[in-house]
Design a protein around this ligand. Structure first.
Ligand code: 3HC
Length: 289
């Protein structure tokens, strides 16, 4: 494959750029400014350094991967990319504006993919230059560690598009699951009700943050308790996904927990704001309830 364009150099976009470069793809990385794209690359350099220190990769492999990542200004340079992956903020109007921009340069065979966690692919495809060449490609956080990519096919997505992107995903060393364009796809459809229920349990005084998390972590053999995971994903993101599930299905089982809503209203988004169900200002996270 020719170059891969990645739009959005935050946690997800940088992770996607990193794993793509490690698999040998040339990557054009953009964000709202070249500085943000450069900052994304600097974060990738640190992540690769850690892998070298842990002797997971060689110094040469780190240098080769870094050399393949080019921070760019805007999307104008992405005209020769075979695949452009949008990993920008999870707001539909932002994604639509990006697709309009990319549409001006996207090659006639090139595929446009969105890493959206919950916005319907069929609807997003309407803002893309060619819905047949539009697909959902859902990575998981932290991208370099998580072994899964969910591929979501919109109503108009062609077989060729799904097959090409599946081959790309597999070339990153990830397993692929295919989902139809239903709210939450597979993983968030199952995960978010669990995280939301943990928020209900906390809000109703069933148990403390520590006990809910430890109970689920050890009782279910999960790597993180649900409240830790919600903080890790971002409480704003969790709430947004719960709202998409609730409004698009109309099913009250997906209604967001009042405590989750309150935390987001307070600006307590989890790790990224250093306050969520835990306080992250010290050396170790401290439960807040
Ligand atoms: N980036 C890169 N590597 C990371 C990392 C990060 N942010 N965090 C941890 N790692 C690596 C570590 O370096 C370590 O690598 P090693 O085994 O090669 O030395 C390995 O992951 C394990 O890390 P730690 O020993 O520090 O800590 P843990 O064993 O607690 O693992 C974790 C951390 C991998 C984050 C683990 O707790 C985990 O898997 N948690 C669940 C994550 C999860 O469920 N993600 C999906 C969220 S849902 C989603 O993304 C969808 C979206 O739409 C909401």
């Amino acid at each position: 494959m020719q170059a891969v364009g990645v739009i959005g150099a935050g946690q997800m976009g940088a992770g996607i750029a990193q794993v793509s470069a490690q698999a040998g793809y040339r990557v054009l990385l953009s964000d709202v400014s070249r500085e943000r794209a450069e900052a994304g690359k600097a974060g990738i350099a640190k992540a690769l350094d850690r892998l070298v220190t842990k002797e997971k990769i060689t110094g040469d492999a780190r240098d080769a991967a870094l050399a393949l990542i080019e921070p760019v200004e805007g999307v104008a340079a992405m005209g020769d990319c075979a695949l452009v992956i949008e990993a920008a903020t999870e707001r539909e109007e932002i994604k639509r504006a990006i697709f309009a921009d990319v549409g001006k340069v996207l090659g006639p065979q090139a595929i446009l993919a969105s890493n959206t966690s919950s916005i319907p692919i069929t609807r997003l495809a309407q803002a893309s230059p060619d819905p047949a060449r539009f697909v959902g490609v859902h990575f998981f956080n932290p991208v370099p560690v998580m072994g899964l990519i969910e591929l979501i096919r919109g109503l108009a997505t062609s077989d060729a598009t799904v097959e090409t992107v599946e081959a790309y995903a597999q070339s990153l060393g990830k397993q692929v699951v295919r989902a139809n364009d239903a709210p939450g796809f597979i993983v968030n459809r199952v995960l978010m009700p669990m995280l939301n229920e943990a928020c209900f349990a906390l809000g109703e005084g069933v148990a403390t943050v520590r006990d809910i998390d430890l109970g689920c972590q050890l009782g279910l053999n999960h790597p993180m308790g649900p409240l830790t995971l919600a903080d890790f994903i971002g409480l704003d993101t969790c709430l947004e996904i719960c709202r998409v599930l609730h409004t698009s299905t109309g099913d009250p089982k997906f209604r967001p927990a009042p405590l989750l809503v309150k935390y987001v209203e307070a600006g307590w988004f989890g790790r990224k704001t250093k306050r969520g169900f835990y306080d992250y200002t010290g050396p170790e996270p401290v439960p807040t309830r």
